[in-house]
Design a protein around this ligand. Sequence first.
Ligand SMILES: [Zn+2]
Length: 454
Amino acid sequence: MVPTSQSNSVTKPFAIAADWIIPMQQAPQPHQDNIVLEKSALIVENDLIVDIVEQSLLQTRYPGIRLNQLGASLLLPGFVNAHCHAAMNLLRGVADDNCLDDWLNQHIWPLESIWVDNDFVYDGSQLAIAEMLLGGTSCFQDSYLMPDQVAKACQQSGIRANIGLMVVESSNQWAQNADECIDKGLKVFDQYKHNNRLSFSLAPHSINKISSEALQRLLTLSNELSLPIVMHLHETEQEVSQHQQQYQQSPLESLQKLGLVSPLFNAVHMTQISPKDLQLLKQNACHVIHCPQSNMKLASGICPVGDLLQQNINIAIGTDGAASNNSLDMLSEIKAATLLAKLSSGQSDQISAYQVLYAATMGGAKALGLDNSIGSLEQGKQADILALDMNHIETMPLYDPISQLVYSASRKQVQHLWVAGQALVKDGELTQINIQQLIAQAKQWQQQIKGSFQ
Ligand SMILES: [Zn+2]
């Protein structure tokens, strides 16, 4: 991979013009107008969007500006994948058709105990980043061991990321215990905290994998450093009922009593939500990270997103890792999210195309505390811009760009992707990553890892 410069070097402003722009700055409302701008252009200067203008005014307002005229393309904010384990791309397809417990205990954790090291995390993260960029994701949240390797891979690729500092009690290749996970994670945070494309979160794996003492320490750090806490929670019915039996309260209620449930809290999965849990999420302005395809594949359950939306609880969309999904394709994920909500509720208007698109952009940005800088295309925000070529057979005819985007478009239509004004995908090709080299690397891992489970 070729290292890229992320310095804010001064570049001349340029314009990106397209037939449709979906700025996503408007929160979903029942009767919406003007959520798609036609024949407009974004003006980008350095890493920022500095203006949005009608194309007819472009030459008067910005005479001689360098123009990318995309024609029948659609511009929207790059997707925010709010939950991923990037390095697990190297375990894609190793343990399909299992439930969560068997998948983790009998397959994934034994394999990880053999293979996870610095090279595994770095190479696996590179693979995931390449896949995400080609699918239109400009920012992702990651939760994995060796966060230093994830940060290094992100920095070299130019993608924006929120690096979760994974914390577990059990000894692993990264740390002996939860305290060491936290200590080492904080060193990574210190090393990269001034990088303008990287942010951080605290990522206790799940309530059964961590002591309340460690959670208390994470709470203090979260408050001191304003870091989100990202945690798998209420992933299956079994997890909730066992906890309920043991403690006479749900896992969410236990976390609330410890003080963890706050606007900085990202609850990943939440397939089981009692009326009391719903109130706790609402009162504490928590974020729910919905990973529909991982939940479906592991038969974990269904997050009741309609109930969450009714209570104005912020929802973000995550793919989860490639070992449980098995892809990191946000277009596929948003379609699954809306179809699953309709089917499970029996209501075809349960989540509209715009609502799910909002969750996959602004929803993710809010969950990660990045909504002041990304998540929508607005003056003063970072130029994280996705262009999709709508001139494809799959999206013809085009009556409604948002409908075509959510229900019909595929990642093959990703044309360009800018992160902080830098083109990381151009004409459907990665600009900073040698894809042939990555494929060769993945094949080497495949040969090695295959030997350990045959
Ligand atoms: Zn996960």
